[in-house]
Design a protein around this ligand. Structure first.
Ligand SMILES: [Zn+2]
Length: 128
């Protein structure tokens, strides 16, 4: 990569990186784990839920996450579930933006190194 191409590539990476950073700035609260909706069978042998999946009880909402490698679940009420669902969605979006920023940074490194080496060489040249 020649120095002009490196400058152009770096500039382009900076713009993409800034655009991603701006998207992060607009994201609301974030929450770990995931929220799921479940329909469950009860303990009564005569209840319709035992035979008919459409007659199962619910929905019941659960928030699940991993703590020290183990999956833990917590039951949530409707309003709580709705909020956390939104915040989990925000976190997933943030994670994907950060993954994209990592990719852009990796691309930027090659160009940034070429520029840094060029600047070092230039500063070491004897003065004429
Ligand atoms: Zn039942």
């Amino acid at each position: 990569m020649d120095i002009d191409v490196a400058h152009k590539a770096l500039k382009e990476c900076e713009l993409r990186h800034k655009a991603l950073a701006r998207r992060i700035g607009d994201i609301g609260f974030i929450w770990q784990g995931s929220v799921s909706k479940r329909y469950l069978k009860c303990g009564k042998a005569t209840c319709a839920c035992q035979r008919d999946p459409d007659s199962r009880h619910g929905p019941y909402y659960y928030w699940t996450t991993k703590v020290a490698g183990k999956s833990v679940a917590k039951k949530l009420d409707g309003a709580h579930a709705e909020l956390l669902q939104e915040w989990v969605k925000n976190r997933i979006e943030m994670d994907s933006i950060i993954a994209e920023m990592r990719k852009v940074s990796k691309e930027a490194l090659e160009a940034a190194l070429i520029i840094a080496e060029e600047e070092q060489t230039a500063s070491k040249k004897p003065q004429e």
